[in-house]
Design a protein around this ligand. Structure first.
Ligand SMILES: C[S@@+](CC[C@H](N)C(=O)[O-])C[C@H]1O[C@@H](n2cnc3c(N)ncnc32)[C@H](O)[C@@H]1O
Length: 315
């Protein structure tokens, strides 16, 4: 139930924060768009707030272009569905995403494709490449029932880019860099994402709006690690508001959970007695019939890879 409880508490507000992030990037001309479609990474994806927001935002851009009967020159902005790799270590979160995608009726993702961000190495060393090469050749030998030299030839001819690193145009990091230790453990993987960003590629970090306390040094360190990339200054990202209909729908959802707990024989007051008053008040507020849900403010840091000039050949 942990994944469900987490999603109940955070999924909607963070989905909205990411939607606002993409709107902000689009307005700044920084939203990465690509004729062949985006490849994105959702780091510590949890229940998939950033992933679902990206899928829906891109879909909305496409639908707007079509619905407006936009002139031909804007049709070039129609893009395929982004390909998103969710990196998530918890099986429960991954499974939650699978079930939510089945319910949504808009297709996947059906879980995480990578499990440990800390050990993700996009930049491969010579040794890693050699190991990958050997593995691929063995696989081809099995599949094609060929010898070593034949498999080497197939690898060269059919998979000429096998040694290229995976590159992502957009890396979304949402409420993941919350402790010094996490940033420390993630540092090498983050360098890999940074070094393999294509020109115009973005690393976007969303977190709690609080800037003081433990977060100050974390963001300072993040900025240091991202040096060399352009930093888009967004002092306070705009936050969208729920209209009345959405408020009503949300309140219905919140109270249906309360109703279900009571139905299951849980006494919410007794269950919450040992909780800190902040969390208790938060839950109680959600269950009030006149609750006015608001999307919390958030912090957004965006880093972008420049368009590197091609190296001149020596005369
Ligand atoms: C605070 S949650 C944030 C979830 C989501 N991004 C959001 O904004 O709501 C952090 C998530 O990172 C996952 N996580 C922790 N360590 C990880 C690792 N090394 N690799 C991938 N995911 C990890 C946790 O399981 C958890 O779902």
């Amino acid at each position: 139930m942990v994944a469900e409880a987490y999603a109940y508490t955070h999924l909607i507000s963070r989905y909205c924060n990411w939607w606002d992030t993409f709107a902000c990037l689009l307005a700044a001309g920084w939203f990465p768009m690509r004729e062949a479609g985006l490849r994105a990474l959702d780091v510590g994806a949890g229940p998939g707030s950033a992933t679902y927001a990206l899928l829906d935002f891109s879909r909305a851009v496409n639908l707007t272009i079509v619905d407006l009967g936009a002139p031909d020159q804007f049709r070039a902005l129609l893009t395929p569905r982004p390909e998103i790799a969710m990196v998530e270590s918890s099986w429960a979160m991954s499974h939650f995403v699978h079930r939510l995608s089945e319910e949504r009726g808009l297709g996947g993702p059906y879980g995480a494709s990578l499990n440990d961000f800390f050990n993700l190495r996009l930049v491969r060393t010579r040794e890693m490449n050699e190991e990958t090469r050997r593995e691929l050749i063995s696989k081809i030998m099995d599949e094609y029932d060929s010898g070593w030299d034949g498999a080497k030839w197939i690898l060269r001819e059919d998979y000429p880019e096998w040694h290229e690193p995976d590159r992502y145009h957009l890396c979304m990091i949402s409420h993941f860099l919350t402790l010094d230790k996490v940033l420390e453990d993630a540092a090498e993987a983050l360098q890999g994402v940074k070094k393999t960003l294509p020109p115009g590629g973005i690393i976007a970090v969303v977190g709690a709006a609080r800037t003081g306390g433990k977060y100050g040094p974390i963001y300072q360190e993040l900025e240091r690690q991202m040096s060399g990339l352009a930093h888009l200054e967004i002092p306070e990202p705009p936050v969208s508001v729920f209209d009345e209909e959405s408020q009503e729908q949300l309140n219905k959802l919140y109270r249906s959970i309360q109703g279900r707990l009571v139905e299951l024989g849980v006494d919410p007051d007794a269950a919450m007695a040992s909780w800190s008053s902040g969390i208790r008040d938060f839950v109680v507020q959600r269950w009030k019939p006149d609750n006015k849900p608001v999307i919390p403010r958030f912090r957004l840091e965006v880093f972008r890879a420049g368009h590197r000039p091609k190296k001149r050949r020596r005369a």
